[in-house]
Design a protein around this ligand. Sequence first.
Ligand code: NOJ
Length: 723
Amino acid sequence: MKKQKTDIKALISQMTIDEKIGQLIQLNANFFADSSADITGPWEKLGIDKEALKTIGSTLNFHGADEMVAIQKKHLEEDRNKIPMLFMMDVIHGYRTIYPIPLAMGASFDPETVTECSKMAAREASAGGIQVTFTPMVDYVRDARWGRVMETCGEDPYLNSVMGATQVKAFQGDDLSDRDNLATCVKHFAAYGGAEAGRDYNTVEISERLLREYYLPAYKACIDAGVTMLMPSFNTLNGVPSIANKWLMKKVLKDEWGFEGVVISDYNAVGELLKHGMTDSTKDAAEMSFNCGCDIEMMSITYYLHLKELIAEGKVSEKAIDEAVERILTLKDALGLFEDPTRGASSEKEAAVCLTPEHRDISRRAAEACAVLLKNDGVLPFSESTKKIALIGPFADSKEIKGFWACCGKDDECVSVYEGIKALLPDAEITVARGCSAQWNELDKDGFDEAVAAAKNADAVILCLGEPQKYSGEGNSRADIGLPGVQNELAALCLEANKNTAALVFSGRPLTLCELDAACPAILEMWFPGSEGGSAAANLLFGKVNPSGKVSMSFPKAVGQCPIYYNHPSTGRPKRKPEDVHQPYASNYIGCGNLPLYPFGHGLSYTEFTYESMELDTHELTKDGKITVKVTVKNTGDRAGKEVVQLYIHDLYASAVRPIQQLVAFEKISLSAGETKTVTFEISEPMLRFWDAECKHISEAGDFDLFVGYADHPYIKDTFKLI
Ligand code: NOJ
């Protein structure tokens, strides 16, 4: 973080203890203005004194530049020390121009797309008065029932780390005081995604080894990338809520990782220590959280009520309070707030910067890069000269496709599939038949006849299916992750009527799609694609753009397979052939088997890629050496396309059981028809380290398998030895 224009130590020395505590409190904007913004957590009257409001250091959930400027102006008039407030919000996948949800961004396997979208979001959000975004969310996930899988980049620690670090760098840029940049806050530390049974806010019990190997690396990667803030998670981690978890917050975060940024609680998480049953007193909650390193308390006021008393009793040190305030003021200074408290935000700038054609273009290209062609029996792409098109299903002409938690994005600013196709093929005759609802409890089939008639009468049918956007995101877990309502029945009838059919799926998680997969010749996963979802869908369906996304989280065959993840450890009783449905006394689900329907890394294209060779310059790796791996790929089809070259290893023998496959590198490349390219990867000893039974991060000499391909699908295999 660049600094320092303001003499922060001198400023702190003139602050009263109440003023210092004010910096450690974050309240919703409706405490300071008549705000129209969404409240992102439970709302309770807190009972904070009007005078104290003048000292509050930061706010969240305000709406737009005008509101921000008014709050800041009033605050600076009232605050004796003239310390600007910090304005924070959740800019998760765009501010006004919405790009695909993070799980989709993971599926792009393309850090460049992530960079471009994050920079766009930072520009727009900054014009709207936001200074810090509660991004990136890098919780590692294995269970699609959890609604917040939509906010992560998926089930692989390495992919999640790369994408998290990329977001930090793109949002923050080189200089935080540049008005186009935002500070970032990595969350939710730690292992929020490990919630039992995928139910949000639920308990997390995992071993330290598992935690360190799968769950922690992405948070660490964001810290190494320079993230300025960190948010502990709501959940208990091995019995203790993160915010009061000394092992996590002190030993790992501060002592081992040396995190020097600002720690902010999640919404009312300090107050929730009482509901967890850690204590019956808000005073204890304040003491536990502050002494665990939580600098700012969001939307509960235990610090306001008790810190002064805790200092007087010697339970909290004033030096620690000063240090916390210093961290916060240093961030304000790095953002340039003391000279530039509104950073040029205005409604005029907001109007000029947001939703421009350039930004819509970025969003559309991102949606195209994220879509995954799950299945294609040759139906796609449809010809651009198709005359009669039937668009069937609840998402046929729906604008509710931007995805949950889209900041200032509006549904009516999204391009629906119908609008996208109409714009691409103005002369085609398009019939829209909704057919049924996407809600789980709406089973009405009144629209079936119209839909089947439209399917019969069409040259090409596009089924537009999925789950409502509010089925994923915070607090929205599902016990059944199939297509809700009667959508499968609708699809079956339309497919009987017309086989020239492809399905688009809109979802915030991998759904169980076996029925659709069995019946439908082509399936394109759109996720929640954002403002330009319909334009992207049209370009992909009619072959203007070649799909290139890859599955970022396994699509289970049945919800009972959850948690399911490709990089699982070996079992002592594996099946002879993973695809077998039954084998007695083997680790297996009868009937369904263990494999997902669509594994991690899978994704088809309209062209063919042939992996011609994988060459290693040596098969022996020394501790300080490297192996150079050259993978040659040819586009053997007849159109240009992009391929994600993925490199996996398997450590064959180790003192702690290793995953059967593990992504260690990837690169997305473009190949024109007939073109051949060679991708170069390097393998070095640190990539082979793991957490052993004593939780030491080590590597062990021995044999490794290496392959290019995707989960459970090696194209070319080789081996090497660590000596
Ligand atoms: C609760 C969520 O868990 C967190 O991700 C978010 O940043 C805060 N609310 C603020 O909206």
